[in-house]
Design a protein around this ligand. Structure first.
Ligand SMILES: [Zn+2]
Ligand SMILES: [Zn+2]
Length: 421
């Protein structure tokens, strides 16, 4: 369990929201400044920041869905609801550091912010007088690695249409990889529009294997897999898995042997990485075995994410929606005729979950911690007494099923994922 979960929620927000209301320096830095896929540095920090936690309608305290995962300084976005770029501007996250964008499903509250975000962070230009003129804004710098977008069928067509019909020209390349369900066409782009210069033709259509999309992205440090989760439209959950990391080393176990054999202390680095070292006298020292890396399970909207269980087991962090809750005596708008059962039934019929469903799923996958998001507009994410009371009650409902403390995210809630239990 992370230390933040032990704090009362109001203290938590004060303690871990340094990003709130602070502006970042520039919205238009180099967009793909991150290391190439083969050279990513080991993760010294792994952080999540909720940029939007609303369900259907945004409010003054909750924006539409978006979540930033920071791997060292590189940013991966999960969903990009309307005004996500405004949320980024209110945070310390740098838009120019966005390397990849993962879309869970193409409902507007998860994707409406994508086109304006691309225009802002990829030097987008508007209409240019004279179709045939040689305007530098019509050029795409193909030397820059593309911003990679992953999403279900329709993501590529949505981006292509949105850019073309708004006459938006991007100065940098992007590529869209689609996760194709078995009922989807294996190829085709789902649009008759031709790709623009900025859209690379290397976008993959990724077929399922054994009910999941294994390792849709992988480098030396981290991989991403996905699985279908049940919602009212095709929807995907993502699992971000850090590669195994060095085990804990106790130098006292090794140093006497190294001194005895006059072995340079620099071999400690090899031992730290779990390698074996042969000393001058033939003794072989073995470094501690590597231990599993951190795992994040990020779900889109869902009333049943069971298909992701094989990928999500033992996640350090599960992020699960909790759109509908039954809060008699706490939520004063609760209908007298409602029971938990009717609320759950309504939630499921609209493709959503209750806090209890989220807590139960967290227990099923033996998650180490659970954070809820995607709340009804009836539940503001502010510091008013009533809001705090309602969110605490929602958290409690999930805790009853999960058996551990649960956090209800607010916009700009931000914390590090550590190895601590
Ligand atoms: Zn939604
Ligand atoms: Zn949805």
């Amino acid at each position: 369990m992370f230390s933040f979960l032990r704090k009362p929620s109001h203290q938590f927000f004060l303690a871990v929201c340094p990003t709130r209301c602070s502006r970042f320096a520039s919205s238009s830095g180099p967009v793909m400044a991150g290391p190439s896929e083969q050279q990513r540095q080991g993760l010294t920090s792994l952080n999540v920041t909720f940029l939007g936690t609303a369900s259907a309608q945004p409010s003054s305290t909750r924006n539409h869905s978006a979540l930033a995962v920071r791997l060292n300084s590189d940013i991966w976005l999960f969903d990009c609801g309307e005004a996500t770029q405004h949320q980024l501007q209110k945070s310390t996250l740098k838009m120019g550091k966005i390397e990849k964008i993962f879309i869970t499903h193409t409902h507007g509250d998860h994707i409406f912010g994508l086109i304006p975000l691309l225009a802002s962070c990829m030097n987008g230009a508007g209409g240019i007088a004279g179709e045939n003129c040689d305007d530098p804004r019509k050029r795409v710098d193909l030397n820059i690695p593309p911003l990679e977008i992953y999403g279900p069928l329709g993501t590529r067509a949505y981006v292509r249409s949105g850019l073309q019909y708004t006459h938006t020209l991007l100065g940098r390349p992007y590529v869209v990889h689609e996760l194709r369900f078995p009922s989807d066409p294996e190829d085709q782009d789902f649009t008759t529009l031709s790709p623009s210069l900025a859209e690379l033709p290397t976008g993959k259509n990724i077929a399922m294997e054994d009910g999941v999309w294994p390792e849709i992205y992988k480098d030396n440090v981290v991989s991403v897999s996905a699985a279908p989760i049940l919602h009212s439209v095709p929807c995907v959950g993502f699992v971000v898995q850090e590669a195994p990391v060095a085990g804990k080393i106790n130098s006292k176990d090794y140093i006497p042997q190294l001194k005895r054999t006059n072995t340079p202390m620099s071999v400690m680095r090899q031992l730290q990485q779990g390698e074996s070292v042969t000393l001058n006298d033939g003794t072989v020292l073995h470094g501690p075995p590597r231990r599993p890396g951190r795992k994040l399970c990020i779900l889109g909207d869902t009333y049943d994410p069971s298909a992701i269980i094989p990928l999500a087991k033992d996640a350090n962090l599960l992020i699960h929606e909790a759109t509908n809750a039954h809060l008699p005596g706490v939520d004063l708008t609760t209908k007298e005729t409602d029971t938990y059962e009717t609320v759950e039934e309504r939630a499921k019929s609209r493709g959503h979950s209750t806090p209890q469903m989220a807590g139960s799923f967290a227990k099923t996958i033996q998650a180490k911690s659970l954070v809820l998001n995607h709340f009804s507009a009836r539940y503001p994410g502010d510091d008013s007494e009533l809001s705090l009371k309602i969110m605490a009650a929602i958290g409690k409902l999930a805790e009853q099923e999960f058996g551990k403390e649960v956090l209800c995210a607010r916009d700009f809630t931000s914390f590090d994922i550590t190895f601590k239990e």
